[in-house]
Structure formats: C-alpha cells, structure tokens
Design a protein around this ligand. Structure first.
Ligand code: URA
Length: 425
C-alpha cells in the first residue's frame, strides 16, 4: 500500500477501499504517513467527499487506533450528548448533572474552544481548582459518586482523530461533513456510552450554516452511532443568535448555575430540558421529569458533587475581567439581529477564545447580552457589555460586531426562530 495511490484515488473522485482506509489511518497514527500527505488527502476528501461506506470504515479505523472505554461496571444506564459547537453554548454544564439527577450516568468527554466557538473545558476551568484531566479510574469514581463527569478525552482515545483534527484545523479542512461526522463519532463510540444525543447547530455561529447540510451531518452521525450499537438521535438547533445572555467562560458558568438554581434564560432552559428528555428517553428513563429536578434542587446537588469531585470549589467567586465596555442602542426600535458569529468573534477577540491550541484563555472575558432579537429597545440603553483583561482589544471586538447587531424601527420585521428546529433518529 502506498499513500500516493490513496491520495490519487480521492483526488480523482474515486472510492477508497476498506484496505486503503485502514492502512492510511494506521500509518498516519504511527507517523509513517507524513502530515503533508495526510493534509493532501484531507483536502481531497474535503473537495470530493466520501460515501457512507467510506465514512463508516474511516470511523471504524479511527476507533481502532486507540482504546475503547468500558462503563459496564456501572449500574446506571450511560448516556451522553455532543454539540457540534456554537456561541454561548453552555448547555453541557447544567445538562450533565441534570440527567444524572434523573438516574442516568453521564460520561461527558469534552473539548476546548477553538476560533469563535467556546469549549466546555475552558468554561469549567474558570472554577478555581477544577481539573479537566482525569485518569480512567478517576473518571469512573466521579461517575459513581456524582452520576456525571465532564473531562478531557485521554490520549489513548481515538489518537488518529486527535492528530487529524489538529491537522485539519491548520489546513482549512474542518468544515467537511464526512470528516466532522467521523471525528465526532469515533470519539463518542470509543468512549463507550450506551446512548448519545447529538445537538447539531445550524446558523451563522455553527459549522453548518444551512438546514440541508445540518440534516446530512446529523443523519450521517445517527447512522454511524446506530451501526455501532449506540442508540443515537439528533436535534437540529438554532445557532443564528447566541444561546442565553452570556458568551465567555466564567460568564457562562454563572449563567449555567442560574439554570441549575431554577432560573436562567428561557432558551437555555428550553434546550437543556429538550436534550435531557432525549437523553433520558434513549437511556430508558423516560418516566422521570427533568423540569422537576431543576426546580427541586437535585440537579444543583449533582453539579456541586461533580465539581467538588474534580477538585473545584462550587462556592468560590468566579473570575471577573478587569475592564468593561458598554455598547448602547443607537436608536429606539426592535433588536432585529444579534448575529452569533459576530458575537462569538468579538468574545474571541476580547480573550475568551484562542487562536492556537496552546494559547491561554481569559476566564473573565466575553460578552453579556442585555437584549435578544425581538426585544424592544430604547436609544441609549445598554445592548452589550464587553468584558476583557486586555482593554486594548476592545476596538477589535467592536469592529467584529459591525453589522451583527441591528436595531430596526419599531414594528420592523423580525423572523423568530424556534430553539429546536428538527429531530432526526
Ligand atoms: N468537533 C470534532 O470533534 N470534530 C470535528 O471535526 C468538528 C467538531
């Protein structure tokens, strides 16, 4: 087998054989195929796609590149959720302890933010002492004691994807349905969850900008999960505007705790409950009511246990950025646009996100949203507060917002979008 013939097959729009796929994934993981060769193959796949047979084999080869976790020692059914990434998407934080409070075990392997989308691990690291890196034994211990664990995937899980994702990130090959589907599902299947709910984001702040692409991504992932014995469903959810009223690490932890305390923004509560119901249904626990566990404090109890078990202090004050800058409404009327990509980019420029994997993030940086699309606003009222430890970045953040925050005349047309757009599976 030689890598050049594999690259040529895909470059010329051919179908890769199972043997070619197994070999190239294994050889790349071992370092026999060079980064520049894999980069060329990734671009050929990006441009020419893969069919479902190729995607299934590619995913299986990435799973086989590392270990598979095993939660069969747990007495509770395991269920997990994966979001394709968005702006203000803090849902994992209230969702994992909530579903645990309803009787499931939630092994949630999460990632860090890159570009304009945030990462769950970065958010939780704003809690003093909280540890993202756990051994497999520690992960099981937290699952047993708190019912939910949110942590980084160990190096042994789908190492082929780790290497390939880092390469795609710097070669313009991230936004490819076959590559995204196989990347996400190889990790989730190797993780060993019994069931999985996918939150596939659609809109300016998401990888998938339109419903057709999101449907195809969701259907591909549902089929991959189902074929590997993982009960998998997907919700397509709106990411044209940020979720909730905060974007940024500590700001989003604060809002998540509000949800766990029975309050919080309506869209965050709605999506948390919709995903919780899907997860509980998939885990065979559909008779439990997650709204009750939010209202009676049991979800909050599980959050506190989970954070404490991972070294964090749930009562410690959250970091606050050194500088703030308020943006006000230029006129009276209705907020018609609050663009997720523009807000995510502004938060990133303020220091909430990173440009390279090794960059640090500012815990307190981000954007607070004082109005949401459809709200009536009065000239001069605060629309956004920008938070940062590096105030010299504020002009760049303001530049990112240009055209992304629009106030129309009173009565101006405004297309409200539901939070959950469709269900697949
Ligand atoms: N998240 C992943 O894990 N992989 C991708 O390719 C995109 C988002």
């Amino acid at each position: 087998m030689d890598v050049i013939s594999v690259i040529r097959t895909k470059r010329d729009r051919g179908e890769l054989t199972g043997e070619q796929i197994d070999w190239v994934i294994d050889a790349y993981t071992r370092g026999e195929v060079a980064h520049e060769q894999m980069s060329s193959l990734a671009m050929a796949i990006f441009l020419n796609g893969m069919n479902r047979t190729e995607i299934a084999r590619w995913t299986a080869a990435m799973i086989a590149s590392g270990e598979r976790m095993d939660f069969s020692a747990l007495t509770r059914p395991t269920t997990d959720k994966h979001s394709t990434g968005g702006v203000g998407d803090k849902i994992t934080l209230p969702l994992a302890p909530l579903v645990a409070a309803c009787g499931a075990a939630v092994p949630q392997l999460s990632g860090r933010g890159l570009g304009h989308t945030g990462g769950t691990l970065d958010k939780l690291e704003s809690l003093p002492g909280w540890r993202a890196h756990l051994s497999n034994t520690e992960m099981l211990d937290v699952l047993r004691s708190a019912g939910a664990v949110i942590c980084a995937a160990g190096d042994g899980l789908a190492p082929a994807d780790k290497k390939l994702y880092a390469l795609r990130d710097v070669t313009g090959t991230v936004e490819s349905i076959p590559l995204i589907a196989s990347s996400i599902m190889s990790k989730k299947i190797a993780e060993g969850t019994g069931s999985l709910v996918l939150d596939v984001k659609v809109g300016s702040g998401a990888f998938m900008k339109n419903l057709d692409d999101a449907r195809e991504l969701a259907a591909t992932m549902v089929e991959l999960g189902t074929d590997h014995g993982v009960r998998t469903t997907a919700l397509l959810t709106d990411m044209a505007t940020p979720l909730g009223r905060t974007v940024g690490n500590a700001l989003e932890v604060r809002e998540s705790v509000e949800v766990l305390a029975g309050g919080g923004p309506a869209d965050v509560v709605e999506l948390t409950l919709a995903l919780a119901r899907e997860m509980l249904d998939a885990a065979g626990l559909k008779d439990t009511d997650p709204a009750k566990a939010l209202a009676d404090g049991t979800a909050m109890d599980h959050w506190r246990r989970m954070i404490t078990a991972q070294g964090g202090d749930p009562d410690a004050p959250l970091p606050v950025a050194r500088g703030q800058h308020v943006i006000t409404a230029p006129s009276s009327g209705v907020l018609t646009t609050l663009d997720a990509y523009a807000i995510g980019l502004a938060a990133w420029r303020l220091g909430a996100g990173r440009a390279r994997k090794e960059d640090p993030v500012q815990a307190g940086a981000g954007v607070e949203l004082h109005a949401k699309p459809g709200d009536a606003v009065v000239a001069g009222q605060p629309l956004l507060t920008l938070h940062t430890d590096t105030p010299e970045k504020i002009p760049y953040a303001v530049e990112a917002l240009e055209g992304g925050v629009v106030v129309g005349a009173a009565g101006a047309g405004f297309a409200a979008s539901p939070v959950v757009l469709e269900r697949i599976g």
